[in-house]
Write a protein that binds this ligand. Sequence first.
Ligand SMILES: Nc1ncnc2c1ncn2[C@@H]1O[C@H](COP(=O)(O)OP(=O)(O)OP(=O)(O)O)[C@@H](O)[C@H]1O
Length: 267
Amino acid sequence: MLLEVENIDKSYKKSFGIMKKEKLQVLKDVSLCLYEGECLGIIGESGSGKSTLGRLMIGVEKADAGSIRIDGTEINKTTDKSIKEKVSVVFQDYSSSVNPRFKIIDILWEPIKVFEGLSQKDSLNKIIGLLEKVGLSKEYLYRYPHQLSGGQLQRVCIARAIATNPKFILLDEAISSLDVSIQVQILDLLIQLKKEMGISYVFITHDLAAVTYICDRVIFLKEGKVIEKVDCMHQLSNVKDPYSKALLHAAKAMNIREENYVYWQIS
Ligand SMILES: Nc1ncnc2c1ncn2[C@@H]1O[C@H](COP(=O)(O)OP(=O)(O)OP(=O)(O)O)[C@@H](O)[C@H]1O
């Protein structure tokens, strides 16, 4: 198993006035796993704890209780940096994810520094190869982020995420800021990369239609708790929890309005 999250609790300090301090429990006894080569969806409404869970999974924050293992190694108890190199992340806000003063070549140069001993020529070829993998030509190399469209810039962020050959990528609302037609293109790119490179994804979203397009399994999160797990997307219409049902109905309603969501697979 690639990623194992077991019985995670997480709370933040919540301040009231000057004296009184309380804790806001954001995640409660959350367990899940991610297998090699799969895409696991995590869906829930705003504030349900999705991004917090994502940050714990990639080791940028620590849980209060429970364990998170990548390839069997507990991420917060190891000093082995190579564990964290197995993980990459793509966020919703592509424009603040990159340094606006860096050209695309510099943005992609950063992550490949982990490959020691690469000549300048090999590095350049690697960067061009990364751009091609995400459907961009080398003409973008010397452009600045503001000279790219949102979809193109998100492609650069994906190129940066795959640069170190990670085992899994956390996609935190990675398509949410894009137009629906561009969302489909980015989802297609992610599906293609998953096949070609054998990468796994954790796909955090509030968009059930996107989940049906890309995910192999999905977990429903509500108020910091896992309330439902769907192990086969064909079973999605059989969800039991009222909250999962409500999300399903909302997504179906959106599907009727959005002709671009032709990939909708729920009966
Ligand atoms: N660093 C923090 N300090 C205090 N509270 C936090 C912190 N990070 C998140 N929270 C709180 O934890 C709760 C869950 O937030 P989180 O961002 O994980 O939810 P989410 O499901 O990803 O929401 P969204 O879809 O709106 O991004 C929210 O109430 C939020 O205000």
